[in-house]
Design a protein around this ligand. Sequence first.
Ligand SMILES: C[S@@+](CC[C@H](N)C(=O)[O-])C[C@H]1O[C@@H](n2cnc3c(N)ncnc32)[C@H](O)[C@@H]1O
Length: 493
Amino acid sequence: MRIPSPRWLESELRDGSDIASVSFCLGEHGGQMKRGEHITLEIDRLNAKGDGVGICDGREVVVPRAVPGDRALVYLRRKRKGRFEGVIDDLIEPGVERVDPQCVHFGVCGGCRWQDIAYEDQLQIKETLVRRLVAERDLPVALWRPILPSPVQDFYRNKMEFSFGSSQDGTPQLGLHMRGRYNRVFDLETCWLQSEISNRIVDSVRTHATQLGLPVYDLRSHEGLLRFLVVRDAKRTGQVMVNLVVARYPDDGVDALLEAVLADLHEEITTCIVTLHSGKAQVALGEEEFHVRGDGHMWERCGEMEYAISARSFFQTNTLAAERLYETVCELAGDLVESDVLDLYAGTGGMSLHLARLARSVTGVESVSEAVDDARRNAERNGITNCRFVGALAEDLLADAVGEPLRYDLVVVDPPRAGLHKKAKRGILDLGPGRLLYVSCNADTLAEDLRDFVDGGYEILVAQPVDLFPHTPHCEIVVSLRRTQDWNPHSTD
Ligand SMILES: C[S@@+](CC[C@H](N)C(=O)[O-])C[C@H]1O[C@@H](n2cnc3c(N)ncnc32)[C@H](O)[C@@H]1O
């Protein structure tokens, strides 16, 4: 790996390098740093999104895929809100050793940012990051446990969302988003995240969409047809769900496309859905669902439970690692024999059903009505009778319960990445359960919420990171808290 020196740079520039100018940090630059330039930069930390950050001339430079300890020649591609964003042009001295990424799309694709870092090193970097984000808020944690690895690192996802795009000649593209380009898609050849079947489904859909000349939905004109392909692939049962999201339906072209795809993959696809999404928001959801094959559900097994999952319902994306997550939740929940549990953000009942085997009762709260229906079906399928599910926003349910004699011994929360709504935090503090379990996929919002619980009189007993997302900077964290004598329900005011 080359080490730049002034002499090296001189010869690069003399030899017609396209590097316009290179500056050294720190402080050697004279405050003239500009977009389009190169700098050498030491990465000293990761930000909450998992991007490397270094300081040059007193300004932050954010460099995706860089990790602490890296020294790199960085191209400054843009400046936003006083902060530069750069890309590594040459890794001069790696902070951790890099390995050959197995994916042909590495670097272009917006996913698998850390595929060139050995898995052991990924785990260590994640663990350091989550611990730092919690420590930065001055939160005492009695016990940090070492991160639990994912049992599988390739083909671990049970759900993938592929986007349609148009190539320059107008033919349909189908794949994933280019890194940092939310309106640009590249044609996916092979992805190591989901499964070999999923790669074949993508190929079949793209081939037939091209042959049939079906138009791709255009983000600017809002014309066209094809928007997303969502594939769900159950790791324990082998069931496969295909969900095509389109801008209009019924439509002969869509029917012809799915007929051809189902003929190609007759044996593999268990259920096939068309989702009509005529709105402008670029999300793989819609206003109506049509079942083309099967009943619109996929069955997955996770731990000892079986789960029906419908197209709109949440399910943990890494089934095998979710088994470890649920084991951790049950273990940290402690003795529940005489306990009533409130599981907020329950999804299809993933945690609720596991906890119900141990508790006197569990109440799961979930906002998506299809997921609530799935969760009820799942309780029945698994013979669980002490678990009920309520369709509501967690914050509304808690706010409406003010003054009611609600009593829960344990509250479990597993909110989306944005963390807890202020009203939900307030509602939980008002309830004042003796124990609280917070499950989070975002250490930054977790730390912010933990601050409020600690200020409200809770202490943090254990924090356990669990890796559900190999090759990315993300992981789940399970945190157990206990109410102390300083409990103060009004602390988030
Ligand atoms: C991270 S998932 C947790 C799922 C579940 N704990 C599991 O392990 O499968 C978050 C869930 O919260 C639901 N959700 C999002 N906002 C919500 C809200 N304000 N109130 C209730 N549920 C909500 C989502 O639909 C999703 O199912």
